[in-house]
Design a protein around this ligand. Structure first.
Ligand code: DON
Length: 582
């Protein structure tokens, strides 16, 4: 019997015994012949010709307009990227960086644009340590030293140049309009600025740009305008990327740095270069997984964890059962321990990518997993636990009428990045330098431990977890996904892939379902609301510490049915998320 849903179908039952004996891949997994949404609890957006999923309705709307006018997925993605820089200043940006994965609809090789920030030329290994070698936490988070050289403008422009059909000006017009004419503020916009008030308002330019004259936050329903940002964007229209990396904007950034002891110079800006990279490629139960390569750790560890889990009949164990969560958590621990040791910018350090993503290595790791008992993190590798913090990045996914797919995650790291607005330029600077390892063994904000591979070096890209991902079946793009969430990006993205492939869920259910996370250290499974108390008890009896906390990630995804129907799944964890098609 075959289960027919709007997810990818899986053959029911009986796969387990074959899988338990070896490293067999599940080539027998099939895509549903027809999508059936009747009787489902969650419903995706459904369309035929184009689909956009972003974390802000206005960005979704302008990107969809590009598709409707005959633009391709890259045109729409770049337009969304610039629009989010206006409508969602907590994570949409031109002062940060990110990664874009592009998978052509004709089945040719996917490509990644790496526009991650770089360390300024004057950066040093110990710049976030005091005289005694102790890490000075806030220095890499809330000072001008926290900012890496922004990559977003160069990255989006490069994507457009290589694959787009519209001009940079056309991609910028909606953003300029939104900045100049303003937009109606949603509740989430106000809430974000209220929550971050203390650390944002200490910077006069941030106070002036994002709050009213009397210092209060813009209220839901009011119109918020950003004239300085509009001018900054216009300079890109006038002079292309040079309109950001040279000339007035560059001078404003360099002046801002000089006034406050920051390191970014005119030369750093002029020298910034986005890179075209080969995505990490893996295979999971007959599906091709393409995801982000270093300097992100995302793709490597998604593939590594999937390789480990492929040896278990996950579909049969069931979604979010104690058995499944146990196996996932054990696999996650092993991967995050490797992350701390091996991952860094491959332009500076050797990363054993092939080894980490090989099936043989996954077999070895799997053999270390006890199916009934949690292995304490300390037995895997020593480290230090660290608390989680609320943060923000943003992901968007696009598929066009030709089946081209774009998966893009970009960020300024924390919500509102460093909190520092470039005076006169109207945009926030990232605090991505915190993603470097300030000192080997000392966790960053996300509790992630790093080693020498991720130490600060001039011009180097800091290690990321961002995981824009595209899944293919027989050369066709079938799933486009990715998420914010710091260290939880990898596990969030992983779970949507598994929900679709292992559990046959439609994309909206895959996105909405409760998630779990383990990152080796701290040694605990973090769960969202919605995992039953019985399951928690069973996990505890296996030796796990289980902690319920706030929502994880905001995964904007698109699935393509066998007949080409597009299904958009916007993450309800962000009230402004939207998926729309035509
Ligand atoms: O690159 C990274 O992995 C982090 N800077 C991402 C930060 C993030 O996702 C914050 N958000 N939710």
């Amino acid at each position: 019997m075959q289960i027919r849903r709007a997810g990818f179908c899986r053959r029911s039952g009986r796969l387990s015994t074959a899988l338990l004996i070896g490293t067999l891949t599940l080539t027998s997994v099939q895509v549903c012949a027809q999508a059936i949404l009747e009787g489902e609890r969650f419903h995706p957006a459904v369309a035929r010709q184009g689909m956009v999923a972003t974390s802000h309705t206005l960005a979704t709307t302008v990107a969809l307009e590009v598709l409707k006018n005959g633009g391709n997925a890259v045109d729409a993605a770049v337009t969304a990227g610039f629009a989010l820089a206006v409508t969602q200043p907590r994570s949409g940006n031109i002062g940060g960086g990110g990664f874009m994965l592009i998978a052509p609809g004709d089945g040719s090789d996917p490509e990644a644009i790496d526009y991650r920030e770089t360390a300024p030329a004057a950066a040093t290994e110990a710049m976030f340590q005091d005289q005694e070698g102790n890490v000075v936490k806030d220095r890499s988070r809330f000072t001008h030293l926290a900012a890496g050289v922004p990559g977003t403008v160069a990255g989006l422009a490069l994507a457009l140049e290589r694959h787009g059909t519209i001009s940079l000006e056309q991609a910028l017009i909606p953003a300029i309009r939104l900045a100049q004419d303003g937009f109606i503020v949603p509740q989430r916009f106000t809430d974000g600025l209220e929550q971050a008030r203390e650390r944002l308002t200490r910077w006069p330019a941030t106070l002036e740009t994002f709050y009213k004259k009397d210092g209060s936050a813009w209220k839901p329903g009011e119109r918020f305008r950003q004239p300085e940002l509009a001018e900054t964007l216009r300079r890109i229209v006038d002079d292309g990327v040079k309109g950001f990396y040279e000339g007035k904007t560059a001078e404003l950034i360099a002046d801002e740095m000089e006034r406050h002891g920051g390191l970014i110079t005119l030369d750093d800006l002029k020298n910034y270069t986005p890179q075209v990279r080969k995505p990490v490629h893996g295979n999971y139960r007959g599906y091709d997984i393409y995801s982000m390569s270093p300097p992100s750790s995302g793709g490597t560890h998604i593939v590594q964890i999937l390789n480990i889990l492929e040896g278990y009949p996950i579909g049969e164990s069931g979604h979010n059962s104690a058995k499944t969560i146990h196996l996932m958590a054990e696999a996650m621990k092993l991967a995050y321990a490797d992350r701390s040791e091996y991952l860094g910018d491959t332009d500076y350090v050797d990363v054993p990518l092939k080894g980490l993503t090989s099936k043989v290595y996954a077999d070895k790791l799997r053999s270390r997993i006890n199916p009934d008992k949690a292995t304490p993190a300390s037995k895997i590798k020593p480290g230090q636990p660290a608390p989680y913090e609320s943060n923000e990045t943003t992901h968007f996914s696009v598929v066009d009428q030709w089946g081209n797919a774009v998966s893009n995650t970009y960020t300024i790291n924390f919500s509102y990045g460093s909190g520092i607005t470039v005076k006169g330029a109207g945009f926030l600077l990232n605090n991505e330098m915190d993603d470097f390892s300030a000192k080997p063994g000392v966790p960053n904000t996300y509790g992630l431990i790093g080693g020498a591979a991720n130490k600060v070096e001039p011009g180097k890209r800091m290690l990321s977890s961002m995981s824009p991902t595209i899944v293919r079946k027989d050369g066709k793009n079938v799933l486009v996904t990715g998420s914010p969430g710091g260290s939880r990006i990898i596990t969030t993205t992983l779970q949507v892939i598994m929900n679709v492939i292992d559990h046959g869920m439609n994309i909206q259910t895959s996105v909405s379902s409760p998630r779990i996370h383990h990152q080796w250290l701290p040694d605990e499974i973090r769960i969202e609301q919605g995992i039953s108390p019985d399951t928690i008890q069973l996990l505890e009896s296996r030796g796990h510490k289980v902690v319920t906390n706030s929502a994880m990630g905001a995964i904007q995804s698109i699935m393509v049915g066998e007949d080409g129907t597009l299904y958009g799944g916007a993450d309800p964890r962000r009230s402004t998320s939207s998926a729309m098609g035509f």
